[in-house]
Design a protein around this ligand. Structure first.
Ligand code: GLU
Length: 473
């Protein structure tokens, strides 16, 4: 049987890091087995679902290089792939359950349900539906409906027994029916409840494997009961541990759990995010940077961890650094110029390749690339605080001597530095730090002799004057 996995987001916001990981794991699992990834849009909540979020989700997935073979935009023979377009499918399944008296109308109001729940909790019992409407007679149901009341529809959970399954990640799971309680499968406004449409769609779309967040674990026995009642096939479920922030609490936006869109706009490379997410709760034997096919090949549900996955922004920065070191120059250039189109005019065409090569190791965001381009190819000079401190410490005399050593005709940086060292008596760090600060306005950066080669002698001379002037104050 060909493996079929799915990613089933609700289009109520942009794709965030946690959902992106679920999508990635589902994609890796399917691709590893030569199977199919389905994208299903769970838009039954008409109020919160928005078309722009649906397109945003697709855009973010595609940017991450996560591609689905069936979905609202791709088609496929198990569609439609938007739940809002599947109303007749759900109605048919509900009719089947109703014919077998496996569902009943429930008129309880949210307030009544809330009070019952609180009473159960206070009595130390697990909160479950008390069964208030489980045995209403036909006349009673008709009378209430005639008053205009719109009932929800509840699934009758068998009194006795246990529903269990083998979780792909967490092993054997078992839930006693008496703890589950009859649950709603269609709301009073006739929209299908999550448990129901999600389970029915997985079965009818031929999904064989479901990877999703641990927060859905308790839903699974209910979904299995629905599928069993309908005689539909059951997928294998795997529940992924939640992603937690540094504090151990579920990942918050502040701790880095923002949206994929935000990370992209911040300049994160998709390969960096992929390498990071693929290891967030999944062990890879190799710590090397991997291409998408590499991640696919070594993916294995047996390597998914049980304990919460800790989100660590430093790790993402590590992969970002690695990605920048390995991307093609043309892509690196596009990354810089997409964010800062003015770089096209700043960096001369014939110097572009060398420039990229020189700054690559010292850039993690496009803005840093822009800064180096301005430093090398314009008279922009805005030393940061550490550089200013270094410049002030050596004082004007240093620059007077530096200017004396500088010759208009081409000279190597090392020759120049040696000459300055000879007249100032400085060497090592005490010599190179002020030279770097004076020429770049920074105390760290790309190799000085390579930057020097890219700068014209006139620019270097002007820079030395600027640095000298700054020491006057
Ligand atoms: N729409 C659900 C969610 O976004 C899908 C859950 C699932 O993957 O089964 O949480």
């Amino acid at each position: 049987m060909i493996m079929r996995t799915r990613f089933a987001p609700s289009p109520t916001g942009r794709l965030h890091v946690g959902n992106a990981r679920t999508a990635l794991f589902s994609a890796l699992l399917a691709a590893h087995a030569g199977g199919t990834l389905i994208l299903r849009i769970e838009d039954t909540d008409a109020e919160r679902s928005r078309q722009e979020f649906e397109s945003g989700l697709m855009e973010d997935l595609a940017w991450l290089n996560i591609h689905w073979q069936e979905g609202p935009d791709k088609g496929g023979d198990k569609g439609p792939y938007r739940q809002s377009e599947r109303t007749p499918v759900y109605a048919e399944c509900i009719n089947k359950l109703a014919a077998r008296k496996l569902v009943y109308p429930c008129f309880c109001t949210p307030l009544e349900l809330d009070l019952a729940r609180k009473a159960q909790l206070a009595a130390g019992k697990p909160p479950r539906y008390a069964g208030t409407c489980a045995h209403l007679g036909t006349a009673e149901i008709e009378a209430r409906s005639a008053r205009g009341l719109k009932p929800a529809l509840r699934f009758r959970v068998p009194e006795a027994g246990v529903t269990g399954f083998e979780d792909l990640v967490r092993g054997r799971q078992a839930f006693a029916h008496r703890d589950i309680g009859d649950f709603v499968i269609r709301r009073g406004d006739s929209s299908p409840a999550f448990f129901f449409s999600n389970a029915v769609d997985d079965a009818l779309m031929g999904v064989t494997h479901v990877l999703r967040g641990e927060d859905h674990l308790a839903n699974t026995p209910r979904q299995l009961l629905i599928l069993k009642a309908l005689g539909l096939p059951v997928p294998q479920y795997g529940h992924l541990s939640l992603i937690v922030g540094e504090s151990g609490a579920p990942l918050s936006k502040r701790e880095g759990g923002g949206s994929v869109q935000e990370l992209r706009e911040d300049g994160i490379f998709p390969e960096a995010l992929l390498n990071y997410l693929a290891r967030l709760g999944h062990r890879y034997a190799s710590n090397e940077f991997m291409s998408f096919p590499g991640l696919v090949q070594a993916f294995d549900t047996a390597h998914i961890g049980h304990s919460p996955a800790h989100y660590d922004h430093q790790q993402l920065e590590h992969w970002q650094h690695t990605a920048i070191r390995s991307v093609e120059p043309a892509r690196l250039w596009r990354w810089l110029t997409d964010a800062h189109p003015d770089m096209n005019a700043l960096v001369p065409d014939d110097k572009r390749t060398v420039f990229l090569d020189v700054v690559r190791d010292n850039v993690t965001r496009p803005a840093e690339g822009l800064l180096w381009a301005r430093t090398v190819f314009t008279d922009h000079f805005e030393p940061d605080e550490p550089s200013l401190a270094v410049l002030r410490a050596v004082g004007q005399a240093f620059f007077d001597r530096m200017l004396v050593c500088f010759k208009k005709e081409p000279m190597e940086f090392r020759t120049f530095a040696k000459a300055v060292g000879a007249v100032t008596g400085l060497s090592g760090k005490s010599l190179f730090m002020p030279l770097r600060a004076a020429l770049t306005g920074r105390v760290h950066g790309p190799e000085m002799d390579r930057l020097w080669q890219l700068m014209s002698p006139e620019r270097i001379k002007r820079r030395m004057h600027l640095a000298r002037d700054l020491c006057k104050t």
